[in-house]
Design a protein around this ligand. Structure first.
Ligand SMILES: NC(=O)c1ccc[n+]([C@@H]2O[C@H](COP(=O)([O-])OP(=O)(O)OC[C@H]3O[C@@H](n4cnc5c(N)ncnc54)[C@H](O)[C@@H]3O)[C@@H](O)[C@H]2O)c1
Length: 353
């Protein structure tokens, strides 16, 4: 039976509005080939909307999104709006309200992509960063006292709950069991002496439940160095919100352009819609020129298909991306070419089998 999915589309700002149409069109084509129908409902929630109305999204925004099977997001961010407004006004409420406690980012060196790391070939770098997406260092607990005086101070609390640590670690172990059975934990228990030893303790407890999975852990400082020097060491890397945020930008950087990197904010229980978005932001420096790389957006769409249980369609989209990259053209300027966003999007669409 033909399945139909209702997807909320939030293109956002800048290049978000340029790459989303490529993603939607490619998924439509993949859907036709795999007996899947989509109903796309667009929302204009963005910094542009904030500038007009004072809100990134309406007060009942989450209620409006709840009924959807998935949320397909471009990027938000505008030079005249402070970044914490767009983050805390839209992305964080969705990630937290819908318990999207997994931020999943694949780091894979695809054929046709050149790594900035010397001598790395396609297939040699292939791992996932599993970032805790709901708590940790990104908390709203804290404040300022004695503002405007010489005693002024700011306090920011990090929150590490047993439930929050365990569920992200469990996800990482389960994921690794479908891959190379190896999980690496990002820590900093030498310097951060309360939350990070607790993180290590929960990691050790979870590891006991998965005796077939090899584990190791590194402090975040040396781990970033290992990402560069030994990216082939990793299979699944699990990290707190802040460390995961950093690692999941470094990851895409070692496999080529940030423009190709996909991401997913997942509620594994599927009680709420999950949200799929490229790693990159709204790129104001190139917005409006039609030269943004649409691959991160399209690949995020493949992750959405996979999450919906449409793994054949997801693989077909990933394969089409790889086919076009391996062919060497068309390429957008970030990949060293002269193609437009839609040249590359249409080539991927045409490569869908
Ligand atoms: N999830 C999100 O919506 C998200 C994520 C990151 C940043 N942002 C926001 O985006 C705005 C810009 O942030 P930034 O400059 O730090 O990061 P960015 O990812 O927007 O841009 C970083 C650099 O990468 C380039 N780039 C990014 N995506 C590209 C693509 N698809 N094709 C070609 N080149 C690409 C840009 O031109 C820029 O030089 C800020 O307002 C920030 O808050 C939003």
């Amino acid at each position: 039976m033909r399945k139909c999915y209702e997807i909320a589309v939030i293109a956002g700002d800048g290049i978000g509005k340029e790459v989303i149409p490529e993603g939607v069109r490619t998924l439509e084509t993949a859907g036709r080939r795999h007996d899947i129908e989509f109903r796309w409902v667009e929302f204009d929630w963005s910094c542009e909307r904030f500038l007009k109305t004072g809100r990134m999204m309406p007060e009942d925004g989450l209620d409006q999104l709840r009924r959807f099977d998935g949320i397909y997001l471009g990027a938000v961010g505008h030079p005249t709006v402070q970044d914490h407004v767009s983050l805390w006004g839209l992305l964080i409420p969705i990630r937290r309200g819908f318990r999207q406690y997994i931020n999943l980012r694949p780091v894979r060196l695809l054929q046709g992509m050149e790594s900035p790391l010397k001598g790395r070939a396609a297939g040699e770098i292939d791992f996932y960063v599993v970032r805790e997406n709901n708590e940790g260092e990104y908390s709203s607990v804290g404040g300022r006292v004695y503002e405007g005086t010489d005693l002024e101070m700011a306090v920011q609390q990090a929150i590490f709950t047993r439930q929050g640590c365990d569920r992200v670690m469990r996800y990482a172990f389960e994921l690794s069991q479908r891959r190379g059975c190896h999980v690496t934990s990002a820590t900093k228990s030498n310097g951060i002496i309360h939350s990070m030893p607790y993180w290590d303790e929960r990691f050790a407890a979870m590891a006991k439940k998965y005796p077939g999975v090899r584990t190791d852990q590194f402090h975040i400082d040396i781990l970033t160095a290992h990402f560069v020097r030994h990216p082939d060491w990793f299979d699944v890397v699990v990290a707190s919100n802040l460390f995961g945020d950093i690692l999941s930008d470094l990851g895409p950087a070692i496999v080529g352009s940030i423009g190709i990197a996909p991401g997913a904010n997942i509620n594994p229980e599927k009680e709420y819609p999950s949200m799929f978005e490229p790693v990159h932001g709204s790129a104001p420096d190139i917005a409006g020129r039609g030269i943004a790389n649409p691959i991160g957006q399209i690949w995020s769409g493949a992750m959405m298909l996979d999450h919906l249980g449409e793994s054949a369609a997801a693989k077909a989209v990933e394969h089409a991306i790889e086919t076009v990259l391996a062919a060497g053209e068309p390429r957008t300027p970030d990949l060293g070419g002269k193609a437009t966003t839609s040249d590359l999007g249409r080539a991927i669409e045409a490569a869908l089998t």
